[in-house]
Each structure stands twice: as structure tokens, then as C-alpha cells.
Design a protein. Structure first.
Length: 312
């Protein structure tokens, strides 16, 4: 599994880069896109033509005209079939969007969904505007504006987001439980490899455990403990499926005191021991051919900044 770091092309260090599936196929001649990768940046794709497929965190997504794919930092994914796809492919750094709520829009942010047919032409126009401003910025730096690019990207995201995932305006009536849940979700993402008790998050956030449980249940339909356990389980599956790490090492990295505790946790969540779960995986879900590769799979034929030059 390749760990991908954000590294923009020379002259494009604005926190966002606009590519295309056609450009990806042209530069990715050895088809690294079909191998598992885990970026530390966002990848947003809008399918404007064709059909294909994508895989993210053990789920397979068919793609067609109007499909949107949003890979957030840390998600393990691969483009299993994009040979017939067309459309923009946008990379951007965490924190680039002007509204923090956009990056985690929705209760459980989707990976793939479809834009309604009547909204697709507007989404394409928004993507084209972002693309033109990005190309103008790279060709004429005096025209560059990170703020403008940030807001154009936000406009595109707002246009393609499912209605249920759109961020609530501040001070919206009834949004308090959602705000509490989002604070909890953010804390879980930061600390789940060390904190396995809801009480730890309640103390850190200044709420009691019942408040976190009510807010999480209102947002997701499950309690705070279940939400936390599912996040730990997802990372455990990523380790087991996409690395050669022994079970004991996975347990240690996830904050378990010993392998036995981890095995008990995993069996309680899945009904299988970690080794049995791994043995049952389909071969396509496992790829150990490139355990560590810090290169980007996109447009890697272009010159890159030298160490110390403007870039990341």
C-alpha cells in the first residue's frame, strides 16, 4: 500500500491541483492507479463521461456519468477501472477549503454518490471555472489567488454534495447535537489509536458520556461507543488487509495492551479472529506489491520542486 504525500507540480503550489482522468491515463503508463494507495490529501473526481469502477476501504463502487468520488485523507483506495472515464480529478490539501465544515460534510461523509441529472451541467461548469482559474494561476502567477481557488472549489463541492451532506449554517436551530457529534468525530479521528473509552473523549471535550452518546445516536443512529469501535475496527482491517504486519504489531499500533485483547475486540466486532478474517478476504482486496512508495501516481512525468523549493 502506497502512502501518498501531497506534492504539487512546479508552479502549482496553491493547495489545489486540477487534473483529469485523461491526463492520469497519459502519465500513469504503468497503471499504478490500480494499486492500493493511501493519500494524505483529498481527491475529488466528477465523472462526465463513460463508466468504470473504484474501490475504497473494502467497498466496490461502480462509476458512471454523474458519479462523484471523494477520497478523504487516510482512506485506502484504488481506481480499479478508469480506462473509459472522463472528467476532472482534483487534489487539494486539508484545510484548503474556506469552510471547515465542508471537509467533513455530512454525518458519515460518503465516498461515492451520483449528482442529479439536472445539476450535472452546473457541476461541470463549476469544475471548468476552477480548472481555468487554476491554469491561469500556473501560467501567470500575478493572477494567482489561493482564496479564489479555495472558494471556487467550495462552490463545486456545494454543487455536487448530496443534500443530506451539506454543512448546516451556523446557529441553525437543532444543530447543537450535530456540532457536539462533529467535535466527537474529530477527536476520535485524532485519538482512536490511544483512547478506547468514550469517557476519555467526554473529559477532553467537556461533555459527559451521556451527552456524547445522545449526540452520536441522533447523528448516526448508533451510540458513541459503537461509533468509536467501528473506527478502530476500520483501521484494524486496513492494517490486516493492506500490510504484512503481524497481528501483535497491529494490536500495538491501535493501542491495545496485548494481542489477546485485540483479538477479543476484533472477534466481538466481526465474529472472526483477525487471522481468519484476513484469510477470508478476496485476493483483489490485498496488495502487498508496493508496501512503501512516497511518490504520487498522478502526472509524475512533470518536473517537481527541488528540496527546499516552494511546494508542500
Amino acid at each position: 500500500m502506497r502512502q501518498l504525500r501531497y506534492l504539487p507540480a512546479v508552479g502549482a503550489a496553491y493547495g489545489v491541483e486540477v487534473l483529469s482522468f485523461a491526463g492520469l491515463r497519459k502519465t500513469d503508463t504503468d497503471e499504478r492507479r490500480t494499486r492500493l494507495q493511501r493519500p494524505d490529501f483529498h481527491v475529488l473526481a466528477l465523472i462526465t463521461k463513460g463508466s468504470g469502477a473504484h474501490e475504497a476501504d473494502f467497498r466496490h463502487y461502480p462509476l458512471r456519468e454523474g458519479s462523484v468520488v471523494w477520497i478523504r485523507p487516510g482512506v485506502v483506495h484504488r481506481w480499479t477501472d478508469v480506462d473509459r472515464l472522463d472528467g476532472p480529478l482534483i487534489l487539494f490539501q486539508p484545510g484548503f477549503l474556506p469552510h471547515p465544515g465542508l471537509e467533513t460534510a455530512g454525518v458519515t461523509p460518503p465516498v461515492c454518490w451520483n449528482v442529479p441529472s439536472q445539476a450535472l451541467p452546473l457541476a461541470v461548469l463549476a469544475a471548468e471555472h476552477l480548472d481555468r482559474e487554476h491554469r491561469a494561476a500556473t501560467r501567470s502567477p500575478r493572477l494567482a489567488s489561493s482564496a479564489l481557488l479555495s472558494h471556487l472549489l467550495a462552490a463545486l463541492i456545494l454543487r455536487v454534495l448530496p443534500e443530506a451532506s451539506a454543512p448546516l449554517p451556523q446557529h441553525t436551530t437543532g444543530s447543537r447535537p450535530l456540532e457536539i457529534f462533529r467535535a466527537y468525530r474529530t477527536a476520535v479521528e485524532e485519538h482512536f489509536t490511544r483512547w478506547h473509552r468514550v469517557a476519555d473523549y467526554a473529559q477532553a471535550l467537556g461533555y459527559d458520556t451521556r451527552t456524547l452518546t445522545r449526540a452520536t445516536r441522533a447523528a448516526t443512529g448508533t451510540g458513541a461507543k459503537t461509533f468509536l469501535d467501528q473506527r478502530i475496527l476500520l483501521e484494524a482491517k486496513r492494517f490486516l488487509a493492506h500490510t504484512d504486519l503481524p497481528v501483535g504489531t497491529c494490536a500495538h499500533r491501535l493501542g491495545f495492551h496485548d494481542t489477546g485483547n485485540f483479538t477479543t475486540f476484533f472477534r466481538r466486532q466481526t465474529g472472526l479472529a483477525p487471522t481468519a478474517w484476513t484469510a477470508n478476504l478476496q485476493p483483489r482486496s490485498i496488495d502487498h506489491s508496493h508496501p512503501i512508495d512516497h511518490s504520487r501516481p498522478l502526472d509524475h512525468s512533470r518536473p517537481r520542486p527541488k528540496p527546499g523549493a516552494q511546494g508542500r
